[in-house]
Design a protein around this ligand. Structure first.
Ligand code: AQP
Length: 332
């Protein structure tokens, strides 16, 4: 039987999952999960590069597992696990830190953004975050990493690190590619359409969370920032707010931008924003209901992440052993 290609991706439990993380990443994970062997992780070690409240981190991590499953990831077909449960991630990250250059890390946009937002805590983990992300991906010899547009730079650095390592030690790592969706690779904030919708931006109304109640979703869309024209037309340069809403509506309904322009020709923004809100309510309703149900069954969730960690550990240990041997570490 032909070996399936491998996918790895992860999301930080640094806040509740957003419509951005769903459209940019999870929705595509679900689409790819039949065709590939998939490892989907909750990257809690990445999350602590920014200070977290322990009780909240624990709760969000568990609820993120429920939400992954509720979005359509079947734990029998996908390996769903928590990063800190597979120690090989930390071990591999150290090795890769030694093959990642200071200059490369200094150029990472996410580091610059997060360092400016957390000026009081620009820690070494925040700086070396991409080496841990490279470890996540390379441990599973992933062929493909489905992510939103903002993570493209990190996947490219992962490729450079893998190539650097391979050029010294031979063919150790598979060189991964990224999978970035054509529509929805960067969902923008509803209140500041020039900024990415981010789960840790708790600013009121900027973000839609997967677990939001319908009335909150409708309220946020009604308040979404648009522009001073009154025409629903796609132009991400000059009409950022409207184009973002069109992208969301297109993903939620399957309609093309042309269909959407025709549907709302001659109609006001109020009507359009309400339609977008309602489409998102219907998109998220089954996810929220399923996740709420799953959260009542902690034993099941525990079983899922334990089984996931066991399976992930086996694969990760194989790559780590190979790397240690190449480096000249004495076998354990
Ligand atoms: N707004 C977005 N549009 C499209 N894709 C997005 N992703 C995140 N936001 C959007 C994608 O979802 C995954 C989330 O990865 P992450 O949580 O590990 O990192 P992130 O990109 O830093 O996400 P956030 O929401 O901005 O988290 P915080 O606020 O903690 O930094 C990735 O595949 C990402 O591309």
């Amino acid at each position: 039987m032909e070996q399936k290609k491998i996918i790895f991706s992860g999301i930080q439990p640094s806040g509740e999952l957003t419509l951005g993380s769903y459209i940019g990443a999870i929705k595509n994970w679900v689409n790819l999960s039949e065709e590939y062997e998939c490892y989907y992780c909750i990257v809690d070690m990445h999350a602590i590069t920014v200070r977290q409240k322990p009780a909240e981190l624990r709760k969000r991590t568990l609820s993120q597992i429920a939400q992954y499953i509720a979005c359509g990831l079947d734990p029998d077909k996908n390996t769903i696990f928590i990063q800190s449960h597979v120690p090989a991630h930390a071990e591999m990250a150290w090795v890769l830190n030694c093959y990642t250059m200071f200059g490369e890390l200094s150029r990472m946009t996410q580091f610059k953004d997060k360092a400016s937002k957390n000026a009081e805590n620009v820690n070494a983990g925040l700086f070396t975050y991409p080496a841990l992300m490279a470890a996540d991906i390379l441990l599973y010899q992933a062929d493909l990493v489905p992510v939103g547009d903002d993570q493209k730079q990190h996947v490219e650095l992962t490729r450079d690190i893998a190539q650097r390592f391979n050029s010294v030690y031979g063919d150790v790592f598979k060189i991964p590619g990224h999978y970035i969706p054509k529509v929805g690779a960067r969902i923008m904030s509803l209140t500041e359409p020039e900024a990415k919708m981010s789960k840790s931006d708790k600013g009121s109304g900027s973000c839609i969370y997967l677990m939001d109640k319908p009335e909150d979703i409708i309220r946020a869309f009604k308040r979404a920032v648009t522009d001073s024209e009154t025409v629903v037309r796609y132009n991400p340069e000059t009409k950022k707010g409207i184009s973002n809403l069109m992208t969301i509506y297109s993903v939620a309904t399957g309609k093309s931008f042309q269909d959407i322009e025709n549907e709302f020709a001659g109609k006001g923004y109020g009507e359009f924003k309400l339609a977008v809100g309602e489409s998102v309510v219907e998109l998220l309703r089954p996810i929220r209901e399923r996740a709420e149900d799953l959260m009542k069954n902690k034993d099941y969730l525990t079983q899922v992440y334990r089984d996931g960690a066991e399976k992930a550990s086996r694969t990760a240990a194989r790559t780590l052993r190979k790397v240690h041997k190449k480096l000249g570490f004495v076998e354990r």
